[in-house]
Design a protein around this ligand. Sequence first.
Ligand code: G3P
Length: 220
Amino acid sequence: MKFFLDTANLGELKKAVSWGIVDGVTTNPSLIAKEGRPITEHIKAICDIVDGDISAEVVSTEADEMLKESRELSRIHKNVVVKLPLTRDGITACSKLSKEGIRINVTLCFSPGQALLAAKAGAYIVSPFVGRLDDISAIGMDLIRSITSIYKTHGFTTQVLAASLRSPLHVVDAASAGAHIATMPFKVLDMLFNHPLTDKGLEQFLKDWNRVFEETPAVR
Ligand code: G3P
């Protein structure tokens, strides 16, 4: 499973890239707005930090405008994947753009039916939102399980990107559910490292080592 960071913050991206485990980035209009820079300039900066698929989302809502904006976004860098919302206009634009060879991430997916539309439209990626379903007392991870099963049955090549992940458990469950990609905030990626027994074990290793070798360096 690929790990993507769901952020447009350059500091977080640089830190996570230093760990050597980041395969790509997803952004959305809210995340870009948070950084306060023009999208073209900011997506280019992200592409210079992370060598992988970088999702940049349109803000147009009409198909013709989406086509124009998508082509502009895809020209920023070869790694740009254009994000379109799962609406009638978004699917219309996706169907056309995928035939032009522009890779599309169809986002704001909340049902298996919507995911079927994305696959039929030739989406490169579909982004089902787990956390926002959990937020309304639905079982978000069931959506990932359903989509991966349907895609496997019918041989759809659209990648399932588990999005709106809020915890390390979401990441693990997305892996178990067969998601191709998990996108997560920096905080969640950082939390994956944490376990008290790892810290305790390392502390004891070093204490035992130091008791012998630090006190009698010649033995080392
Ligand atoms: O970027 C798409 C998705 O990951 C947003 O997550 O936490 O705002 O629902 P969230």
